[in-house]
Ligand binder design. Structure first.
Ligand SMILES: Nc1ncnc2c1ncn2[C@@H]1O[C@H](COP(=O)(O)OP(=O)(O)OP(=O)(O)O)[C@@H](O)[C@H]1O
Length: 304
């Protein structure tokens, strides 16, 4: 189990994290979601023992993350955010040297993961695209089959096809009983992969709970194109929240269940429906405003 107990880190610039207290179990994918500078990287670096807590502690399987850092590194796969790799090495050379450092003999998992991600490991890292560098980092984090997986912004730089491969890889790890924490600055990624999420705002967890629960309460908006502007105007009179209207296009918002919207649309000639992504701010307003947080320490006012 990964355990945060009142974990607090305060940097000189006032940033950091405040009073994290939660647990992540085996077979669970936990998402830390927040905007830039909200403390996601700090939380993972503290699990790696790279930063000393100002207060509180974090532990993995009962072992303190600072005191037992080198022991814990052996059982952890860590993908840092915005890392750089040695440009002169090929992917294969880099991954092999990491495998050697870990004392790995069987490289099957390394090659399989690279293959799933469609990564050519024989290219020089200096000649790789940013997506391939990210894939190399992901292979490095997963290749030794670690029970603990910490992925900082893992979907960064990846195209939509690779994103869905990575979602499958993460879900496979979960099925194997791994403990996974990943970070994201968008809720949709967490929605696809995580069992639970913690929404971070300025270093504090403002909402912690099941993705299922978040999804039920989540607002979603759809851009709906009708066959004619007359149909669009007719639909606008139905009992749905219309965010905007232009010619035969409506942006409609719904909370939770989609079925009522789908049922109502069945009576109209609709030519296309596209989801409109919510900004993190909108998500915060709807989720934080609409739900009682299971745990929130923002009122401790550490950063005040
Ligand atoms: N080593 C450090 N020294 C000083 N301040 C730091 C350090 N690491 C992080 N901070 C500060 O802590 C805050 C949180 O940073 P952090 O990198 O954890 O946020 P983040 O949510 O991961 O952001 P991003 O999405 O940009 O990666 C920021 O205000 C940052 O300036």
């Amino acid at each position: 189990m990964i355990r945060f107990k009142n974990l607090t880190k305060r940097f000189e610039d006032g940033g950091g994290i405040a009073d994290f207290s939660f647990e992540v179990e085996e077979g669970e994918v936990f998402g830390l979601v927040g905007s830039k500078g909200s403390g996601k990287t700090t939380a993972l670096r503290m699990l790696m023992g790279f930063e000393y807590p100002t207060k509180g502690r974090c532990a993995i399987n009962g072992k303190d993350c600072v005191r037992a850092a080198s022991y814990l590194h052996r059982m952890t796969g860590y993908l840092p955010d915005g890392f750089s790799l040695p440009a002169v090495l090929t992917g294969r050379q880099f991954l092999r040297s990491n495998a050697e450092m870990r004392g790995m003999r069987n490289l099957e998992n390394l090659f399989n993961t690279a293959k799933k991600l469609d990564l050519n490991i024989d290219r020089k890292i200096g000649d790789m695209t940013s997506a391939d560098v990210q894939k190399t980092g992901i292979v490095c984090a997963l290749m030794h089959n670690p029970p603990v997986i910490l992925l900082d912004n893992p979907f960064r730089n990846l195209d939509s096809r690779t994103r869905s491969v990575l979602v499958d890889l993460i879900l496979e790890e979960k099925e194997k009983g791994k403990m996974v924490i990943l970070t994201s600055d968008t809720v949709d990624i967490a929605d696809l992969t995580c069992d639970r999420v913690g929404l971070l705002d300025k270093g504090s967890i403002v909402y912690l709970g099941d993705v299922e629960n978040m999804r039920e309460n989540m607002y979603r908006s759809y851009l709906i194109q009708f066959g004619s502007s007359r149909s669009a105007m007719q639909f606008a009179k139905e009992a749905f929240e219309i965010k905007s209207m232009k010619d035969r296009n409506l942006v409609v918002s719904v909370q939770g269940e989609l079925l009522p919207l789908v049922r109502a649309l069945a009576n109209y000639h609709v030519t296309s429906i596209e989801p409109v992504p919510l900004s993190l701010e909108e998500t915060f307003v709807h989720i934080y405003g609409g739900l009682h947080a299971e745990h929130t320490d923002s009122e401790t006012g550490f950063f005040d």
